[in-house]
Design a protein around this ligand. Structure first.
Ligand code: KG4
Ligand code: ZN
Length: 336
């Protein structure tokens, strides 16, 4: 089965074709980072307009490059939410038009399910598992007994992990999104220079809170000589990343130990963080728990994960009608 995937939930326009017979995926991303960088964050109206300009040409390029026509496809999968409504509507309307034109079934995919199933692009999933979803808008622990069943076990009380990276990066004058820059600069940072908190790490509940960490970092930065030296910036990045990774890994494995699952996974943009991947790998190896670090390309927003998720929905006989709507917010629910 060949499934076309479309992802336009935020500032990346992405299209992909997943082929279940070969397990291969062709993925194209048109990034809008340069468009929004000047504003220090994503401007929703600009994002929608850029999706509108880029999406159909991107589908065209992908199909030509893969030597495919619309008739070669078996279905169309499109992110229906959560995300920016205008941006989602561009992808959804385009997905509907293509499904109607090609007379192929349409399925709407929850963006977070896409992020979770992106792990199946790196290797076969071992289930049941506990998945830590860490993106710009989500920090959530999910129990996944099988594909299509998701039980939320807890999440953040305030900011998402990605926001903690992005807001600190903004305080340090780094470009948006800040996560990859902090990941890179932290490598040259000296650990332990600032005593940053590990919010709720000792709390037994599977809950996170990152807003206090941002305040603590702001106080640290304000107390340093201005403008900050390159070494100061690297040291702040290192301690912030250490604090976030300590909390994320601590909570993930507390739950994995409790539930005695054979596997853990990371999902979402922050899952691309090298330090987080290394820590989770080390802890998983120590326990004999299965974990494969996801490829950074498939951690941040991409259509490959949507096409793959679409394949599972279509294979299970799920179909959506042309009245399918987009949504800004909604929890991931089970469909199987
Ligand atoms: O999943 P994603 O691409 O978009 C959302 O669905 O939100 O996640 C974007 C988030 C941003 O906060 C970005 O700073 C963060 O992922 N991110 C990273 C890294 N790469 C992306 N955070 C830490 N380290 C990275 N290497
Ligand atoms: Zn995402």
């Amino acid at each position: 089965m060949k499934v076309l995937g479309i992802e336009t939930s935020c500032d990346d326009t992405s299209v992909a074709v997943y082929d279940s017979d070969t397990g291969s995926v062709a993925n194209l991303i048109s990034s809008q980072v340069d468009l929004h960088d000047h504003f220090g964050g994503v401007v929703p109206e600009l994002a929608s307009r850029a999706h509108l300009v880029n999406l159909l040409p991107l589908v065209d390029v992908l199909l030509k490059r893969e030597n495919l026509t619309l008739q070669d496809l078996d279905g169309v999968a499109v992110t229906s939410g959560p995300g920016l409504i205008g941006a989602l509507l561009v992808g959804l309307s385009t997905g509907k038009a293509l499904s109607l034109a090609a007379d192929r079934p349409l399925v709407g995919i929850h963006h977070i399910e896409g992020h979770i199933l992106a792990n199946a692009l790196t290797g076969e999933l071992v289930l049941p598992a506990v998945v830590l979803v860490v993106s710009g808008g989500h920090t959530e622990l999910i129990h996944m007994p099988c594909i299509g069943r998701y039980e939320s076990l807890g999440g953040t009380l305030d900011d998402a992990a990605g926001e903690a990276f992005d807001k600190t990066a903004k305080l340090l004058g780094l470009p948006y999104p800040g996560g990859p820059h902090i990941d890179r600069l932290a490598r040259q940072g000296k650990p332990g220079r600032f005593a940053l908190p590990r919010p709720l790490l000792k709390d037994k509940r599977p809950v996170f809170s990152f807003s206090g960490l941002k305040t603590a970092v702001r106080l640290v930065i304000d107390g340093l000589p201005q403008p900050l030296s390159e070494q100061d910036v690297c040291d702040v990045c290192r301690d912030l990343q250490d604090a976030i990774v300590d909390v994320l890994a601590g909570k993930l494995f507390a739950l994995a130990d409790d539930l005695q699952v054979p596997a853990v996974y990371l999902a979402g943009g922050v899952a691309a963080n090298g330090w987080l991947q290394d820590r989770v790998q080390a802890e998983a190896d120590r326990r004999g728990v299965h974990f494969i670090p996801p490829k950074p390309l498939y951690c941040t927003d991409n259509a490959a994960m949507i096409a793959l998720a679409g394949y599972h929905h279509l294979a299970a006989g799920r179909r959506d009608s042309l009245s399918l709507d987009s949504f800004a917010r909604a929890p991931l629910t089970s469909w199987r």
